[in-house]
Design a protein around this ligand. Structure first.
Ligand code: AMP
Ligand code: ZN
Length: 113
């Protein structure tokens, strides 16, 4: 999508600190980290968010979780990390290209704010 921030990051038109890339996903450091590890995992294909997702997006949505688990293993934060899809402005979603937050490297309280 031409006017999407994360599509531009995936295409390399906007710089990012890349963490991981494969055929389906691109992962990079969040610009405003909320934990020592705060990585965003985005599908290369433009999907708006969980609310708009279609059955054919299911594999991609789950696959992002597996990428997060792989990065968590590499970062040695498997004692405790969290993966989050913020959905809708009321949950703090600001970018409307599906992205999974991976947060870890510090104690994470529950319930989240
Ligand atoms: P959300 O609030 O769930 O939509 O998450 C959007 C995230 O994208 C926020 O955590 C922002 O800090 C992050 N973000 C916004 N612009 C950039 C950027 N250019 N590079 C990396 N992360 C970004
Ligand atoms: Zn996009």
């Amino acid at each position: 999508m031409s006017d999407c921030l994360f599509c531009k990051i995936v295409e390399g038109k906007i710089p990012s600190k890349k963490v991981y890339e494969d055929e389906h996903t691109f992962a990079f450091e969040d610009i405003n980290p909320q934990a020592p590890t705060h990585v965003l995992i985005v599908p290369k294909r433009h999907v708006v968010d969980l609310k708009e997702a279609k059955p054919e997006d299911a594999e991609l949505i789950g696959y992002c979780q597996l990428v997060a688990a792989k990065i968590a293993r590499q970062r040695n934060i498997e004692n405790g990390y969290r993966t989050v899809y913020n959905v809708g402005p009321g949950a703090g979603q600001t970018v409307f290209h599906l992205h999974l937050h991976l947060l870890g490297g510090r104690p994470l309280s529950w319930p989240p704010g």
